[in-house]
Design a binder for this molecule. Sequence first.
Ligand code: AMP
Ligand code: ZN
Length: 451
Amino acid sequence: MTTIRLHNTKSRKKEDFVPIDPQNVRMYVCGPTVYDRAHLGNARPVLVFDILYRLLRHVYGENSVTYVRNFTDVDDKINARAAATGRPIRDITDETIGWYHDDMDSLGAMRPDQEPRATEWIGAMITMIEELIAKGHAYEKEGHVLFRVRSYENYGALSGRSVDDMIAGARVEVAPFKEDPMDFVLWKPSDVKTPGWGSPWGYGRPGWHIECSAMSYELLGASFDIHGGGNDLQFPHHENEIAQSCCAHPEGGFANYWLHNEMLQVEGKKMSKSLGNFFTVRDLLEQGIPGEVVRLVMLGTHYGKPMDWTEKKRAEAEQTLRNWRNLTADVVAGEVDPELVDTLADDLNTAGAIARLHVLAKGDAATFKASALFMGFLTDELGEWAAGVDLTAYADKLAAIRAEAMETKDFSAVDAMKKALMDAGVEVRMSKAGVELLPGAGFDAAKLEGL
Ligand code: AMP
Ligand code: ZN
């Protein structure tokens, strides 16, 4: 059996992956807060953990992996959106979850086995908070329940920081009801306008961190294999999850392997609204950039390194996929290449696996197609953009105009049509034998209208 090796944030080392139960390999990934369209950065963990999910299913069996990713549908940003628009919260979160599914499906990401919504697990969160209070790890003050950070001696072990360093470095909220500035909220009161639930501590709502601890416990147990998310979640979110889970369930070890993806940038800069380089996955899809192209660009960089989205990479990926689709149009997939699997098994070396696909593209087409499909490329679902571009009519028309120009010696109409085709991303090849048109990088069928 293939040995998967993963860089574990917990040990800061690459380790052999040994599941607790190979019949049921369990992975939890922190999902989105649902109040707006997912931006391109949000797609990175989705694609990274999609590859890990595919690899685990390949190695342990399709029915031997449980992948859970949550939806945070209770959050102050959602409340603010509801207040600003006058819309009910549930409308906003339902709509955003629908968008998220559409957008991530368009990138070829498989849906996790379970996608719990925080608001449907409030009871489990209350139970966990009660256990933490009973064990002396949490306390109630003025309608708030706080986690007593100093009561958990391993706090900070994941990100490798001591509590005192964290206090010095972080902008921790000092509130009168806190025993210690590091203590964080498990439960907080809601007023009548804010969503809330009845609890032993009054009408209120959970803090953010407790949802992942409670839902992972309910769905995966006190010990499971892999916990993932973006680097930005290491502290405080993941430290707090560990503290809550290990204190409420000291019989378990929570997650054995922690994986964190690095951040996405755009043309070498942080993606942000103020820099004007912020875009959503939907923005790209609406510009006609195929989801499959986004997938190839994203996976071209190892998850542990910052990933730079550039126009150059986009154009190259589109050309690559067009070629690959041409090569495999009528090919029946064979067996997945073992060397490609081994490459991915080495800490998800997606860049290496894509390099291997380039090699395989020159060899046996059946192996190549199976290997590409395994990585989520060249599927029928993602193939609409490359299908059915029949440029014959345009080639015939250009040939006719050229024949006429040969007579009149006025080539302006030929040049105009050639330019229009090239502007639409079509590669124009003219020779004595005839006219050949090929859809190239950035091909946009819409621009052919009227030609
Ligand atoms: P959020 O909805 O902001 O909690 O983010 C959902 C997921 O996207 C988390 O796993 C984040 O770590 C991840 N994420 C957010 N921004 C970026 C980014 N620029 N690059 C990569 N991952 C990101
Ligand atoms: Zn989480």
